[in-house]
Write a protein that binds this ligand. Structure first.
Ligand SMILES: Nc1ncnc2c1ncn2[C@@H]1O[C@H](COP(=O)(O)OP(=O)(O)OP(=O)(O)O)[C@@H](O)[C@H]1O
Length: 350
């Protein structure tokens, strides 16, 4: 039987997206099928270039097409089926908010390294420091004191470090000034941050929120479509109660909770590598179960993570093969998977 585009499509109907449990054709992921002689050319659009299942999907495609007798199968992956009218901001496919119930759990450290991990997985990533009362991303990325520039349309150009576009209030107003801001000024500032910035093309804009449940969270959800929120917590019970409050806030604002990421899981001794669960064990996983959301993983408590934040080089840039980097990469893949499910199969929110 001749090799035709119809037969290729028919075969692709048997290839399931493992995460979504539906076939690639029904999910609208097959963007292009070209057959020339014995050669098949495919463009498969995933929800995100950081899709952790790319390898498996490609193997399944090759297996499904093998009986058709193609001499050569070329599979290209595109990074976004999101139609432009559903973009969060012009050029920005997804806004991902990183929140915590209380301060000091490492939310900013997590946001910075998650952004880098998503970028390492092939995504274009921006980071907005919306922690207006205690901005730390300029420091974290070694961008303190740098002045922002504007483009010819007078839109702010974010700074760039380690392949991430970074914009922090710390690059605009003197430290401490934002502390006095109340609702309307704050809303206006955030609006400018979101709308008058030339982010270029981004797959993800990671937003580092202030701790707790306040005005910034509300403004962000009013000003843009937030694809999902990540809850950062430490493992101990007291932290979990606050983290649950942060999740409740997302739900009230109709922002899907993509998952829980546990930070400072166990202290890893820099000398012998032995883990010590200083803040207890399993709290983040239990919280994810309670919230009926995904557990995105555990980030250890390490000296390297603390030092890298202070030095202005996020640990993922400083030691891309280290244990901490592996933990963040794993979490980023889980996050990308959660976002795929959310984009394709939006679940009714609890
Ligand atoms: N996993 C970790 N291991 C070691 N140190 C960490 C880890 N995570 C965060 N830290 C350190 O803890 C301190 C607080 O982290 P960070 O500023 O990221 O927290 P935060 O929750 O964003 O705080 P805030 O409430 O002020 O916004 C920093 O010194 C940071 O380097």
């Amino acid at each position: 039987m001749a090799l035709t585009e119809e037969r290729v499509l028919e075969a692709l109907r048997t290839v399931m997206d493992p995460e979504l449990g539906k076939d690639l054709v029904s999910l609208g992921m097959v963007d292009e099928v070209r057959v020339e002689g014995g050669r098949v050319d495919l463009l498969v659009n995933l929800t995100t270039p950081a899709c952790p299942l790319k390898g498996q999907i490609e193997a399944d495609i090759r297996r499904a097409l093998a009986p058709l007798g193609a001499e050569e199968v070329r599979v290209r992956f595109g990074g976004g089926v999101r139609p432009p009218e559903r973009y969060a901001l012009p050029g920005v496919k997804h806004v991902v908010a990183v929140a915590s119930g209380k301060g000091g759990v490492g939310k900013s450290t997590v946001a910075a390294n998650l952004a880098l991990a998503l970028s390492r997985e092939g995504a274009k990533v921006g980071l907005l420091d919306a922690d207006l009362y205690g901005p730390s991303q300029a420091k974290m990325f070694g961008l303190e004191g740098m002045r922002l520039k504007v483009d010819q349309d007078r839109r702010i150009l974010p700074l760039e470090a380690h392949g991430i576009k970074v914009l922090s209030i710390a690059n605009i107003v003197p430290p401490g000034q934002a502390l006095a801001w109340r609702g309307p000024i704050l809303h206006g500032t955030l609006k400018q941050f979101l709308q008058d910035v030339n982010w270029g093309e981004l797959d993800y804009l990671v937003v580092d929120l202030p701790p707790g449940t306040g005005d910034v969270q509300l403004s962000l959800s009013q000003l843009t479509q937030v694809s999902g929120g990540v809850i950062v917590t430490t493992p101990q019970e007291v932290a979990l109660i606050d983290a649950e409050r942060a999740a409740d806030m997302f739900r009230k604002l109709q922002v899907p909770v993509l998952g829980v990421l546990e930070n400072m899981s166990a202290f890893l001794c820099p000398h012998c590598g032995k883990p010590t669960p200083i803040f207890g064990e399993g709290g983040g996983r239990r919280l994810a179960e309670r919230l009926k959301t995904r557990f995105l993983g555990e980030i250890p408590l390490t000296l390297a993570l603390r030092e890298s934040g202070d030095r202005g080089v996020p640990v993922l840039a400083q030691d891309p093969e280290g244990l901490e980097a592996q933990a963040f990469l794993k979490a980023a893949r889980e996050l990308a998977a959660a976002l795929s499910v959310q984009t394709f199969l939006p679940l009714p929110m609890a």
